[in-house]
Write a protein that binds this ligand. Structure first.
Ligand code: FO1
Length: 316
């Protein structure tokens, strides 16, 4: 069993590469749920859906989220009724949110709901929410007009305000009430390797590590535990990772990312462009690897997945 920790679009690229090079059913993905939010009374889980749609070959290839060949008739009608429609939910995507909301109301755990979707879409990879109880990532921003600070929900920060705000603090509301699921604990205990995908360290990987007991479970796993940096050459490959780290006083570099996870890792993979940071990573007590981690094509995802598994000594 290989266990991957992932958030949304960036992480799902490596998840797809791993799923393609590993035997079916040999991969479990533990996914961030801090971005989850209710829209029109429906439970939307963007990162779970991004991983599900990506592995089901249904994801919109340009956006990396939502479904391909999507239409927005329902959203247009909602707009006619005066509802807020800044969060683009397509007709087919709404089917996922309708059924998830129905099954949660019937008492299924988010883990079971996600398992039903994966089975229906023929996805052999186990897709596990980081926790079954809801968590809400909240970002405290410094209002630009100096009128003090206020707190935003994640999608308000990320989508509505296009992550333009300076963030002074991030918290994961509800995380104290969560616990690692039996399924996640079993996957980690059986893991031959644990891989932190190149997702946003602050709002995708950190929430997963903050589930009570998660850091301990990963640290005590007797297997290689490796992270890839989502920051290459001081820039995030996509999204606000570098911005958020700088806002929060963390060095927005690959070794800055390594520092965030050093307590639970054994290995860290630098991109070839950041090879000069290898000594700094090794000073953290980590085995440093250098690979081409920029994935822009299908085969680059698989090439990276193969090279990564080889580098940490995991035969497939
Ligand atoms: N991202 C956007 O930038 N704009 C959107 O309108 C949007 C809608 C959306 C709907 C469903 C879904 O699963 C994801 C969606 N995303 C959208 C992406 C989402 O905000 C991010 O993927 C994650 O929350 C961060 O990884």
């Amino acid at each position: 069993m290989i266990v991957a920790l992932a958030g949304g679009v960036g992480g799902s690229k490596l998840v797809l590469g791993l799923a393609r090079v590993l035997p079916p059913g040999d991969l479990t993905v533990i996914v961030n749920t801090g971005d989850d939010e209710d829209f029109y009374g429906l439970r939307v889980c963007p990162d779970l859906d991004t991983v599900l749609y990506t592995l089901g070959s249904l994801v919109d290839p340009e956006q990396g989220w939502g479904l391909a060949e999507e239409r927005f008739d329902t959203l247009e009608m909602l707009q006619r009724y005066g509802a807020a429609t800044w969060f683009r939910l397509g007709n087919k995507d709404l089917a996922t949110h309708l059924l998830r909301s129905l099954w949660l109301r019937e008492g299924l755990r988010l883990t079971e709901v996600t398992g039903r979707f994966a089975a229906a879409l023929g996805v052999a990879t186990r897709i596990l929410p980081m926790a079954d109880a809801p968590v809400a990532t909240r970002l405290m921003i410094a209002a630009d007009d100096g009128a003090g600070e206020r707190e935003l929900a994640f999608q308000e920060y990320f989508v509505q305000r296009r992550w333009r705000d300076r963030v002074v603090a991030v918290r994961f509301a509800g995380i104290e009430q969560t616990a690692i699921s039996r399924e996640a604990l079993e996957a980690i205990a059986a893991a031959k390797a644990i891989i932190f995908c190149p997702s946003n360290p602050v709002v995708s990987i950190e929430p997963i590590l903050s589930v009570p007991g998660m850091r301990q479970a990963i640290r005590s796993a007797r297997c290689p535990r490796v992270a890839l940096s989502p920051i290459i050459g001081g820039e995030a490959v996509s999204g606000p990772a570098a911005r958020l780290m700088a806002d929060l006083g963390r060095e927005p570099t690959a070794v800055g990312v390594a520092r965030l996870y050093a307590d639970v890792l054994s290995h860290f993979i630098l991109d070839t462009r950041d090879a000069a940071q290898r000594p700094a990573v090794e000073k953290l007590g980590l085995q440093a690897g250098v690979l081409n981690t920029l994935m822009s094509s299908q085969e680059e995802k698989e090439t990276l997945a193969r090279a990564l598994l080889r580098r940490i000594g995991v035969e497939r």
